[in-house]
Every structure is written in structure tokens, then in C-alpha cells.
Design a protein around this ligand. Structure first.
Ligand SMILES: Nc1ncnc2c1ncn2[C@@H]1O[C@H](COP(=O)(O)OP(=O)(O)OP(=O)(O)O)[C@@H](O)[C@H]1O
Length: 803
């Protein structure tokens, strides 16, 4: 957090607003805690600083950050007793009551033994508002704040760079004229020294990888300090404020560096716990993480009380539970801020996974709708958006681990398509923690924070109750690991063609063996995959049908146009397949094979039929379908007891524990159509065995809807009129039949003649390509013939019907 340090010896403004305070910044608290400097004696300050020292402490425009840090627990009395720093003045008697939460709407009710104390940064509130409250609130004592010009070891302090909850950071000049950032402990509470020492030692171990280089420390000094590399540049927060949000690529570059830094931290068995834009220094393209003040080192006896900056805190941290992926959550929100320049309030209080519409405020903060035209909400890069949505999953063990995020970001930066399984919930992937996380954490239950909640067990989900139904529970769920299928679905979904996904699933299932689906319909499979991937239904771009054909046209208009010009019924195999960008990268063989098949133009001009017709009627294909494909909730059905197929790919073996290595695409494992026969009775009603498909000799993936050339409207009108002629003839036949009067000598053959003429004409039109229901005319001819015969028989007294 960057804010100018208060002047030497001054009393930092005690400012707290109990009521709701508008938050112009995502890091802003509702209010800041009062802070009293306990050393009113001015330290000798150089002339340059006198003026600044004499001025009231300038309140930063929007800096106060709520820090819920156990390190700041308000126990001034004990803190004073424990700390050897001489305090010349008596400490104002602190209010023993726990400090109120900065804003009830923002901070959840803390556990009874948890008293959040806010960061001591001055809040920019009007004095009139502060005065009546000042005496009622607890004061937090701080140590003496060093002045510019003071010596710390071989360093001379220059100007203050900023300060936070328990330390001040200065630019300092060494005797050899090199410059460093020097952090001095100013907080005054019982474990402040230990915590400060831990920060210094951790920084030293990190060796400058993603963090400032450690230089030197004076931890045994009366006022402990340590020096580190002075990172040029500014904080990410200031950069975004001054220059606007980062582009998608810049945000991915930032994510890459931060993930690498967090991986280094993970190696040291530590979590940062206070990731936020103010704790990232950016210097050109380089991003450096600072402020390990509340890092959680699992070896150390640091507590697990809530700590961090409210807006960026992972939900579990409010409940005093720490998870190896708590930083992943904060990083997700940080990326959101970096790429939009804003952070909607209370995202981490929603109690659920975020969805795309949560990420941007419809009305950006600070806009008065009546007077200002509403600015367009910030647009977030879709790759960054999918990262943010995965990283901010509510359940920590559903978030992707750092290694997977690194893989995805690296692929995106190389303009490749990342392995889609990397962003799956880790619950689906490994039902626990990664090897790296497990290594970074104690082997048994950890984070038992002062004997409170049992928090985390490697290998066990945090909460079974909250685990969604998307967990792998049935063999067919392993389709979600089929890279060939998933690479296509990812592309289809990314383009917004969710309606095409069902066809993709149907084609793929029929291709690899219908038994894999275990009787599930493509719609069910697709819905489940959507749920497992946390994908929301999307719509295709305007002017494109939400079908596989529509997607093909969207992806590759040229080959489809060529396809349309091919002669009806003729084969075309020469059209080049569409190669999706980077699709070969994650799974070169299988993905490319399937992508080619699915994006290749159809091989026949037969009327559209679903390749697996029995899966359900082929979706109608209106020219343009704008309606979003609705994702139905996954039906919770218990599969009936079934006979196991004779052989089954390893990934489908009951009890197989799928993982990326273990579960390979079925196509890669040599499962061909016809190799397996579905034996589950119910399965045949929904998904026919692949062998039957093969018998039809129609490769499913290639039998997609043939594009139909649209004829000019006069021709279509003429066609419609002509189709009415046989119907009218048929009507005439019926009319003649019912109005026939044998007494008047009407010919008995007139009605059948009309009906036969209708049938003949219908047959002719059908041959000419019109859509005619011949069976209807045949039946009509028969009925009219029978009717006429009966009439003739009765009038000839051959038959007496009683009329
Ligand atoms: N290595 C560094 N190089 C340059 N500037 C730095 C460095 N470390 C810190 N700063 C500046 O000092 C400010 C305060 O640093 P830091 O956040 O570490 O202090 P803190 O007291 O731990 O704050 P917080 O309350 O956020 O924990 C930062 O916002 C940054 O502007």
C-alpha cells in the first residue's frame, strides 16, 4: 500500500466512519482505524523534511486498505508491556472493546474470538465526521516513525516510499551510494518483531525470484529494519489508475510473472495472503511482488486468523481457513482489476462461483446516471476472463493449481490453445492437492489456527457437501478428459456456438464407440461437461446459426462455400480442413484428427440427418438462430445395473482414477467404431452401438448437415403453388365422392380418377425434387377407391348397407 508516511512525531489522523462510506477503489475500506503515534517527540529531521513534518499528514486520495490482520490485533496494553521501545508519553487508554468492522456490509461477522483491526492509514474523511467518533474508538499504538536522514546500519534514510499496517518503507542510500528500499518496523504489538523477522528471512530465501532482492537486515536493532532492492517503477494500482487497464496480452504477461512468483513462494511453503494491486511493483514489463508482511509460512507458528485486504481476500480466509489456493483467488481478482481498471464490490461475498456477468459492473462506480452518460462497462479479454472465472471458484479445491494456471497462461502467450483440462476443477482432476502443494504443506492436518477449525487435509476436499454434481462419478464422465473432444468443445464454446456442441459430442461419441456414452444423450453429456467446466451458455456472433454448420461457416467460410458448389451427392474430400489456431499443441494427434473431421466440409448432400439419429431428432436449422443455447441442469439419474462391455478403454474402467496422464482420448487408444457393442439395454434406445453406425457406412463425423442452396423466391413461390395442385385434386376427389348421387347417374370413377391424378402429380413433383408425402396420396387413393366401390355396390343393389 502506498501512502506517504506521516510526518515525524505527528499524530496520524484518527479517522473512522461507522456508516457506509462510498468506495471509489476496490481496495478501499469503509473506514480506517485510528492510529496514534506514541512518540510525539520530533526526531531530528533534515531541513527538507521540516516543512512536510509540520504539515498535517496528507491523507492519500483513496489509500486506506482494510487489513484484517491478526498481527494488528488491538491489545495495546500487552503490546506496550512486551515491547522494549521506550514510550515517553502515556498511552491513551485504549478502548478494550474490539474494533468494529469497517463496514458491516463488507466484512462478515467475525468469529467471536476474532477482532479485526483496520489498517492505520488515514481515511479521507471530513473532520466533522471524525470528531465525535475519535474518542469512542480504540487507538492503535505504533512505534516511533523514523525521519529522513536517520541512519539504519550503513544506510541513510531518504524519503518515505509508503507505509502499511506495521512498517514504513523508505528509499535509503548506502555508504557506497547504492540505493535500497529500507523497511522499518513501526507497528507495536506482541508478535510484530517475529513477524517482521519472518518477512525478512522469507525474502532472503526467495532470492529475488519474483520478489525484490534481499540486501541486508538489522533485525536485532532497537527498531528492526531490513533493506531490499529498490524496485523502480510504480505499483500496479497506480499504473492502472494513470494509464488505464492492461490489454489482454499485458494482463497475461503479468499473470505469468505473478504465478511464477507464487510458485517460488510455494516452494518455500508459504502463501502471500495479501495479493492486491498495491503490492505489485511494475517496472516496464517486469512485475515484482512486494510485502510479505502477512505471508503465511506453514512451518512457522503464525496464526491463521483472517488477514488480507478485504476486497481481494479469498472467501475461505474470512472463515479463518487457509488453503494453498487462497492466493489463486486473490490473483484472479487482481487480474480482473488489472484488465478492467475496476473491481465490482463484494465479489468475494457472493457465496458462489462467479459468472461472466459478475465481473463487470453495468454502471461503473462514481457515475451519476442522471447527469453523466453511462460509460460502457469495461470489456475483459476472453482469455483473461476464463482465467479469472476459474481462479475465483468459491471452493478453493475447485480452483486450478498454480502449475495449471502457468500452463494455460504460457500457452495463451504463445498463441496456442491450452490444454482445456488444465482449468478443470482440481476436484475433477485429482480430488485433492497437487504434488507441489502437498510438498509445501505439512503432511497431516494443518492450519489449525490456534486450536480452531480443522482446515485442510491434503488429498481430501475441503467440503464434500458443497462439491457440485460435476464431479467424476461415472465412467462416462471421463469424456471430460478426452482432449480430442475437449479441444473442439473449447473452441466451439469460445466462439459462442454452444448449440453446435451437442452435435460435436454426438459425432465424437459415435466415432469412438457409442458404449462410452453409457446410454446418455449427447445433450446430457454436453450439459454435464458444461457444468464441470463451469461454462455458461453462450450465443454465436450475429448472423451465424448456432449449429455445427454455422460454426464451420464462422470458422472457415471459404471451404464451406466450396462445398456448397460441389455437385449434389458428389464426394468432395479435397477441401482443406480447418486447422484451429494452436489446436495441435496440446494433443497433436487426436485433437487434430477430430478437429479436421469436425470442421471438414460434409461429404454428401443427402438431406440432413443426425449421424446418430436415434439420439434424438436432428436440431432444426433456421437460417439464423440468435437464442442462446440454454444449459439444462444435469438430470440426476441413477444408471441401471449394467453389464460391463467386454473391453473398455482404461479410462472407462470402473474404478479407474482419471488424470491427465492416465486418461487418454479413446481415439488414441485404438477404440474404433464397432469395436465395442453396447450391452446396456437402455443404451440402445438412446445411443446405438457403434457397430450399427459402421454398418450404415456413414462416418458420423462426416455426415453433418449438407448446406442447401437457397433458391430465388419466385421459384420457391412457384414450388409452393405447384405443391398445392395434387392437394386440390385430392380435395376434388373427396368432394366428388361425398356428393355423388347414383340416382342421377354420376360416374363412379370420377373420384378415383381425381385421386389417382393427385398421386401421379405428387410422384412427379417428388421426382422433380419437391418435398411431397407420397404415402399420404397413396392412402388417399385407396380410401377414395374403396369409398367409390362401396357406393357403386350399394347403388347396384349388390350390397345393402341399410341406408
Ligand atoms: N522494494 C521496494 N521497492 C520500491 N518500493 C517499495 C518496495 N517495497 C515497498 N515499496 C513501497 O512502499 C510501499 C509500502 O510497502 P509495503 O506494502 O511493503 O509496506 P507495508 O507496511 O507492509 O504495507 P501493507 O500495510 O500493505 O502491508 C509500497 O506500496 C511501495 O510503494
Amino acid at each position: 500500500m502506498t501512502s506517504p508516511a506521516p510526518g515525524v512525531g505527528e499524530v496520524a489522523p484518527a479517522a473512522v466512519g461507522p456508516g457506509p462510506v462510498p468506495l471509489p477503489d476496490p481496495e478501499l475500506p469503509a473506514a480506517a482505524a485510528p492510529t496514534t503515534v506514541l512518540d510525539p517527540e520530533p526526531a531530528p529531521a533534515p531541513a527538507t523534511d521540516q516543512a512536510a513534518a509540520a504539515e498535517p499528514s496528507p491523507a492519500p486520495p483513496s489509500d486506506p486498505v482494510p487489513v484484517l490482520d491478526e498481527a494488528l490485533a488491538p491489545d495495546p496494553a500487552s503490546a506496550l508491556a512486551a515491547d522494549p521501545v521506550p514510550e515517553p508519553d502515556p498511552v491513551p487508554a485504549p478502548d478494550p472493546a474490539p474494533a468494529p468492522a469497517p463496514d458491516d456490509a463488507q466484512v462478515p461477522a467475525p468469529p467471536s474470538d476474532f477482532a479485526p483491526v483496520l489498517a492505520p492509514e488515514p481515511a479521507p474523511l471530513a473532520p466533522a465526521r471524525r470528531t465525535p467518533l475519535a474518542g469512542a474508538l480504540p487507538v492503535r499504538p505504533v512505534r516511533r516513525i523514523p525521519a529522513s536522514g536517520e541512519r539504519m546500519g550503513r544506510f541513510t534514510l531518504a524519503e518515505a516510499l509508503g507505509h502499511g499496517g506495521f512498517a514504513h518503507v523508505y528509499r535509503a542510500v548506502a555508504d557506497d551510494d547504492s540505493e535500497v528500499a529500507l523497511k522499518v518496523l513501526t507497528g507495536l504489538h506482541d508478535d510484530a518483531r517475529d513477524r517482521f523477522a519472518q518477512e525478512a528471512h522469507l525474502l532472503e530465501r526467495l532470492d529475488g525470484r519474483g520478489f525484490p532482492h534481499f540486501v541486508e537486515s538489522g533485525l536485532d536493532a532497537e527498531q528492526p529494519w531490513f533493506a531490499m532492492e529498490l524496485v523502480p517503477g510504480t505499483t500496479l494500482r497506480d499504473r492502472v489508475r494513470e494509464e488505464g487497464p492492461l490489454s489482454g496480452r499485458e494482463a497475461l504477461g503479468l499473470a505469468m510473472q505473478l504465478v511464477d512468483a507464487l510458485l517460488v513462494l510455494q516452494e518455500q511453503r508459504a502463501l502471500h495472503r495479501d495479493l492486491k494491486p498495491a503490492n505489485i511493483m511494475v517496472d516496464g514489463d517486469r512485475a515484482v511482488l512486494i510485502d510479505l508482511g502477512i505471508a503465511k509460512v506453514f512451518d512457522a507458528a503464525t496464526s491463521t486468523q483472517p488477514a488480507g485486504t478485504v476486497s481481494y481476500m479469498a472467501p475461505e480466509l474470512f472463515g479463518r481457513r487457509v488453503h494453498p489456493r487462497s492466493d489463486v483467488y486473490s490473483l484472479g481478482l487482481l487480474l480482473l482489476y488489472a484488465s478492467t481498471g475496476t473491481l465490482p464490490l463484494d465479489l468475494n461475498f457472493l457465496g458462489r462461483d462467479l459468472v461472466a456477468t459478475d465481473l463487470v459492473d453495468e454502471e461503473p462506480a462514481g457515475v451519476v446516471p442522471d447527469t453523466d452518460p453511462l460509460p460502457t462497462p469495461p470489456v475483459i479479454d476472453r482469455h483473461v476472463r476464463s482465467l479469472v472465472l476459474a481462479m475465483t471458484r468459491y471452493q478453493p479445491d475447485h480452483r486450478p493449481p498454480l502449475e495449471n494456471i502457468a500452463g494455460v497462461v504460457r500457452a495463451r502467450l504463445a498463441s496456442a490453445t491450452p490444454d482445456p483440462t488444465l482449468m478443470l476443477t482440481s476436484q475433477v482432476l485429482s480430488a485433492g492437492v497437487t504434488a507441489a502443494e502437498a510438498a509445501a504443506l505439512p503432511a497431516t492436518d494443518v492450519l489449525t489456527g490456534r486450536g480452531h477449525t480443522k482446515l485442510f487435509q491434503p488429498g481430501r476436499p475441503l467440503s464434500d457437501a458443497a462439491t457440485p454434481s460435476s464431479r467424476v462419478t461415472e465412467p462416462w464422465h471421463a469424456l471430460v478428459y478426452d482432449r480430442a473432444l475437449m479441444s473442439v468443445l473449447t473452441e466451439v464454446h469460445a466462439d459462442g456456438f454452444d448449440g453446435a456442441a451437442e452435435q460435436v459430442v454426438a459425432d465424437h461419441v459415435a466415432e469412438i464407440g457409442a458404449h462410452v456414452a453409457e446410454g446418455r444423450t449427447p445433450a446430457e453429456i454436453k450439459d454435464w461437461i458444461w457444468e464441470a467446466m463451469r461454462w455458461r451458455s453462450a450465443s454465436p456472433p450475429e448472423g451465424h446459426a448456432d449449429t455445427l454448420r454455422g460454426w464451420r461457416a464462422f470458422r472457415s467460410p471459404e471451404p464451406v462455400r466450396e462445398a456448397e458448389q460441389a455437385p449434389a451427392g458428389g464426394r468432395r474430400g479435397s477441401a482443406p480442413p480447418v486447422v484451429l489456431p494452436g489446436s495441435a499443441a496440446p494433443s497433436p494427434a487426436a485433437a487434430t484428427q477430430v478437429v479436421r473431421k469436425l470442421t471438414a466440409p460434409p461429404q454428401s448432400f443427402e438431406p440432413r440427418k443426425s449421424p446418430v439419429k436415434h439420439l434424438g431428432p436432428a436440431p432444426k436449422q433456421p437460417p439464423v438462430k440468435q437464442v442462446a443455447h440454454a444449459t439444462r441442469p444435469m438430470p440426476v439419474t441413477q444408471p441401471p445395473a449394467r453389464q460391463q462391455p467386454a473391453t473398455r478403454p482404461p479410462s472407462m474402467q470402473p474404478g479407474a482414477r482419471p488424470g491427465i496422464q492416465q486418461v487418454r482420448p479413446a481415439v488414441q487408444q485404438g477404440v474404433r467404431p464397432g469395436a465395442q457393442q453396447a450391452v446396456r439395454p437402455g443404451a440402445q434406445q438412446r445411443v446405438q452401438p457403434a457397430g450399427k453406425q459402421a454398418a450404415k457406412q456413414r462416418p458420423p463425423a462426416q455426415v453433418a448437415a449438407p448446406p442447401r442452396k437457397k433458391r430465388p423466391w419466385p421459384l420457391r413461390l412457384l414450388g409452393a403453388l405447384v405443391r398445392w395442385v395434387p392437394r386440390l385434386l385430392l380435395l376434388g376427389a373427396v368432394y366428388l365422392l361425398v356428393t355423388q348421387d347414383p340416382q342421377a347417374g354420376d360416374p363412379f370413377l370420377a373420384a378415383p380418377a381425381f385421386a389417382i391424378a393427385a398421386l401421379g402429380l405428387a410422384a412427379l413433383l417428388r421426382i422433380l425434387g419437391q418435398k411431397m408425402r407420397i404415402w399420404f396420396y397413396v392412402v388417399s387413393v385407396l380410401l377414395v377407391g374403396v369409398g367409390s366401390a362401396l357406393l357403386w355396390a350399394t347403388s347396384s343393389n349388390l350390397l345393402y348397407l341399410g341406408v
